[in-house]
Design a protein around this ligand. Structure first.
Ligand code: SOE
Length: 380
């Protein structure tokens, strides 16, 4: 059947602009979805950069002002892959213009911003989704299936970490391309919004709502040269963030994110312990899911290392042959496939803006708790 073209207007040309563009380009090669994404226009303030990106990825045209992109009649979906401080304004304008809106994580720099973005897309009734891509690692999706089928039984513990080490040098500046994540005005927060947000999104999806948190944060390097102002400026982001949490289902949790764990580049792990079984997952070994089932026969009971590459594993029937693994970029392709399928079927594609607001309510509570030293409610 002929697929309907879906014209994409991309804002941003960095790391995420590339992952999203690749996903739009690849999706029809592997997934049977009702739309054919067309890379219509890309937008960046710097015309030369926008042009180079458009040439590399095959965008038909460029804009240097996102307002012009949003106004264009030939654009169906606005995809926001630019730094965090741009999400709020662009998403609200795009929704008002009746466009579908896809937005990089975290949705807003705070739950306040995110709530206004939710209001805008819901009022305009436009399809919306946030790129929490780790939900679509096949092994993580399998974890969700196993939990929903009740294989773990009652859940007692959830434990997540996201460890990196790329900001340890005090000579690393803040601000500007690639380093805006260190500038609090642009990023909103440090590892809480950047890394813990991933852990929280997965946790809310797998284990339900978080009621209360008790957090602590630290900024190890207090001042850094700022690439935009040219001066040494106070660092306003959190370099490390840890919190304890209670889930609505009664389970207890611990979460940790840092950019100061020497030797770790993107070690996102989670472990869930249930009455009958446990699950462990590690981004560095993303095609595996570790599973322990206490109901196995005693003599051969132990942790099983499942290789998630078989045709009956989530998404894997669309890729190569059993035994051959896929990687990071595929999670974005899965996300586009699910988005297009949902839009075609008149359904919402998770995580929606509203789902992502729930994550921002937790990150806000963690940052609040780190300041007050008190347990804080994660329900806003
Ligand atoms: C930070 O280094 C970062 O790129 C995050 O911004 C991404 O969301 C994460 O997936 C990998 O790490």
């Amino acid at each position: 059947m002929a697929k309907k073209p879906l014209n994409v207007g991309m804002v941003g040309y960095g790391f995420m602009g590339r992952t999203h563009s690749n996903a739009f380009s690849q999706v029809n090669h592997f997934f049977d979805v009702p739309f054919r994404p067309v890379l219509k226009a890309t937008c960046a303030r710097d015309a030369a950069k926008a042009k180079a990106f458009a040439e590399q990825w095959g965008y038909e045209s460029i804009e240097t002002d996102w307002r012009k992109l949003v106004e264009r009649k030939d654009i169906d979906v606005i995809d926001i892959a630019s730094p965090n401080d741009t999400h709020h304004e662009i998403a609200i304008a795009a929704a008002k213009a009746g466009k579908m809106v896809m937005c990089e994580k975290p949705l807003g720099r705070s739950a306040k911003e995110s709530r206004q973005m939710v209001d805008a897309v819901e009022k305009a009734k436009v399809p919306n989704m946030v790129w929490y891509n780790y939900r679509r690692v096949p092994s993580v999706t399998l974890a969700k299936q196993l939990i929903d089928e009740g294989k773990l039984g009652r859940i007692f513990h959830y434990r997540a970490k996201f460890l990196q080490d790329w900001t340890i040098s005090k000579d690393l500046p803040q601000g500007g391309q690639g380093l805006w994540r260190l500038d609090v005005d642009v990023a909103g927060s440090g590892v809480t919004g950047d890394l813990l947000a991933h852990c929280i999104d997965t946790a809310l999806w797998l284990n339900g709502g978080i009621t209360k948190v008790s957090g602590m944060t630290e900024t190890f390097i207090k001042e850094r040269h700022h690439n935009i102002t040219g001066k040494t400026e106070t660092v306003g982001i959190d370099d490390a963030s840890l919190f304890l949490a209670r889930f609505a289902n009664g389970s207890l949790a611990s979460f940790e994110a840092t950019r100061y764990a020497r030797g770790h580049k993107a070690l996102y792990t989670f472990e869930i312990n249930g009455e009958n079984a446990s699950i462990f997952w590690d981004l560095h070994d993303l095609h595996r899911l570790q599973y322990f089932d206490h109901r196995d026969e005693g003599r051969t009971r132990g942790w099983r290392s499942l290789h998630i590459t078989d045709g009956d594993h989530p998404y894997m029937d669309k890729w190569w042959v059993p035994g051959l693994q896929i990687g990071y970029e595929h999670t974005f392709i899965h996300q586009v496939a699910d988005f297009l399928g949902a839009v075609g079927g008149g359904k919402a594609a998770a995580p929606t803006f509203r789902d992502a607001l729930a994550t921002d309510l937790v990150t806000d509570a963690v940052l609040r708790s780190a300041k007050t030293g008190l347990w804080e409610s994660a329900n806003g």
